[in-house]
Design a protein around this ligand. Structure first.
Ligand code: ADP
Ligand code: MG
Length: 209
């Protein structure tokens, strides 16, 4: 199964809707160990993405992802804007010239997106960030691909691994971002960015159902 640029835009529009639905929830999570703006940041960012893609003809997938990344970097004040922005721009880099992408491309995109976040955030797994959702998701995608599972099944395993990663963020100490100021007191709380990452992956899965 492969998808074209129009479908990529449709998925991004769905992510925008999902972020609106989860705005209060994400901000609540961030309020416990951060500054309470993560839901607002994600909504502002993806609203700008949808606005920017309004007139896009859907012919150039890398271009769509680049625009997405730019919109996030430009419109989100918080740490998550440049991090997610970098992720989408790095993902764009591995599909240049493509008019259709498949699950193998998605695996590559996720890998480069994650590398971009780690580089930009100087962060790694177990820091209690979005990486703790995205890295298990990448592992699941790679395993699914190697077992030659259907794309839909691979995406299901990816979002499930991401939500498991989100649960795990409750058990660990924040080492990056605002939550790291709390040290041990960050234990017991779920990371907001890991949650928005898992929601994004869930939306991608649902878009193929
Ligand atoms: P801010 O922290 O500036 O208010 P947000 O609230 O929008 O920005 O985003 C916070 C989320 O960003 C955190 O929950 C965490 O997942 C992620 N984050 C923060 N710093 C880093 C980092 N250095 N590397 C990776 N992710 C990070
Ligand atoms: Mg915040």
């Amino acid at each position: 199964m492969s998808i074209d640029g129009k479908k990529v835009i449709e998925v991004l529009e769905k992510i925008n809707v999902k972020m609106e639905e989860n705005k209060a929830y994400l901000s609540e999570l961030d309020a416990a160990i951060g500054d309470g703006d993560h839901g607002l940041n994600m909504c502002k960012g993806f609203k700008a993405v949808v606005e920017k893609l309004k007139e896009d003809d859907g012919q150039d997938i890398a271009g769509i992802l680049k625009k997405t990344g730019m919109a996030l970097v430009t419109n989100v004040g918080g740490a998550s804007g440049p991090l997610y922005g970098t992720a989408f721009m790095k993902a764009a880099g591995c599909v240049s010239g493509k008019t259709e992408i498949d699950i193998n491309d998605f695996g590559e995109m996720l890998y480069y997106a994650l590398e971009g976040i780690k580089m930009r955030g100087r962060s790694e797994a177990e820091d209690k960030t979005m990486i703790d959702a995205l890295e298990p998701a990448l592992k699941a995608v790679r395993e699914g691909i190697s077992k030659e599972l259907e794309a839909k099944e691979v995406l299901r395993l990816a979002k499930e691994a991401a939500f498991k990663g989100v649960e795990h963020t409750k058990d660990i100490i924040a080492k990056k971002g605002r939550a790291s100021y709390l040290g041990l007191r960050s234990i017991g709380h779920q990371d907001a960015g890991a949650t928005s990452s898992a929601i994004m992956l869930e939306t991608i899965y649902q878009a193929f159902n």
